[in-house]
Write a protein that binds this ligand. Structure first.
Ligand SMILES: [Zn+2]
Length: 347
């Protein structure tokens, strides 16, 4: 462990020096501090000692002209405008949303964080085809250090889905990072994100159910201080066996228990009423196996038929109503405590 830390530190310094030369200026550094600070205020805990109430997986995409980036496509919509989200949050009592970004939405997310400090934080998602090249690494570093983004979202999409979208899967590199992100070729990205101290938010699908756990274990053995968020949780429907029992792969248990890895809980989505299996048995298994400090609630408020207050409230109340075995403080941890710790959000 110690040798990889030393190696990581030396390489990190080299990378940061190279990047500083490339990016730039004292003005950029000044901006960095200012924007990073605007994401939260000064104190770590509230007077009542309770965690904030945070939706750890939100989306917005109603960009204005001022936010346009090169590749924005009008038909690629993820969620509503940030004012809609603020209305929902205020009505239910949610203090903050963690916005999962897309590579044509960074400017919009940056503006929304500035205009509503303390209400939104954003996660960077660059075009993964730029990785592990320097251009991709510098973009991640810029979003985190200069713009105050709180994490890096990594979702290479299953190769078969890229084909369906009319893309050439080879553009993502060889070996393909969807299943082989633990290949040494991709070490520079893990090394950078570990050095930046923010989580890598890695997406779990049915497609990578067997490869994601062992792959992340390989990465974390080399970069043991890396924080990881498993987006969508470890794909819950795939944890349900034919006989209805729940199986969490051994690699995943090791991963979450031994490293700084947390899992999202996204219940109540209309198109996935069975996300956690019959009787929400997967939710119970996650809780029993990992405990509330490894779980965090989010709404994924994109995939809803009707974006109503009632729908958002149903999703917010889901864990409290269906998991009577959880205490009030467990619920508070899942509804915000874990997100505060993972993304280093301050009240
Ligand atoms: Zn999402």
């Amino acid at each position: 462990m110690s040798s990889s830390r030393i190696d990581g530190g030396q390489t990190r310094r080299g990378f940061l020096q190279r990047s500083a030369q490339a990016l730039g200026t004292a003005a950029a550094a000044h901006l960095a501090g200012a924007e990073a600070r605007s994401a939260g205020t000064s104190s770590q805990t509230r007077k009542d000692g309770k965690p904030m109430i945070i939706d750890a997986h939100g989306h917005i995409s109603q960009v204005e002209i001022q936010d346009l980036e090169g590749e924005y496509r009008k038909n690629w919509k993820y969620g509503m405008g940030h004012r809609d989200n603020l209305y929902l949050m205020d009505t239910i009592g949610i203090e903050m949303q963690v916005l999962q970004c897309a590579f044509y939405l960074h400017r919009y997310h940056r503006r929304v964080m500035k205009e509503h400090p303390g209400r939104f934080v954003a996660i960077s998602k660059i075009d993964e085809r730029l990785l592990p090249g320097d251009r991709g690494l510098k973009l991640i570093q810029q979003h985190i250090e200069e713009w105050g983004f709180k994490g890096w979202y990594y979702d290479c999409w299953p190769p078969e889905q890229r084909v369906e979208m009319g893309m050439d899967p080879k553009e993502w590199g060889t070996p393909d990072p969807f299943h082989h992100f633990d290949h040494p070729r991709y070490d520079p990205q893990w090394e950078l994100v570990q050095s930046l101290g923010v989580p890598a938010c890695v997406t779990s699908y049915s497609y990578n159910f067997e490869t994601l756990g062992p792959g992340l274990l390989n990465v974390l053995k080399r970069f043991p201080d890396l924080k990881v968020v498993v987006i969508h949780g470890y794909w819950p429907p795939s944890c349900v066996q034919d006989d209805g029992s729940v199986r969490i792969p051994d690699a995943v248990v090791e991963l979450v228990k031994n490293y700084n890895v947390v899992m999202e809980i996204l219940p109540g989505l209309q198109h996935r009423p069975d996300l956690y299996g019959p009787g929400d048995t997967v939710l119970k298994a996650f809780y029993d196996t990992f405990g509330p400090s490894k779980l965090m609630w989010g709404s994924e408020y994109t995939h809803v038929n009707l974006p109503t207050v009632e729908q958002y409230r149903r999703q917010f109340d889901y864990v409290k109503e269906r998991c009577p075995y959880m205490s009030e403080s467990d619920i508070a941890q899942i509804r915000g405590g874990t997100a505060m710790e993972t993304y280093e959000i301050r009240t």
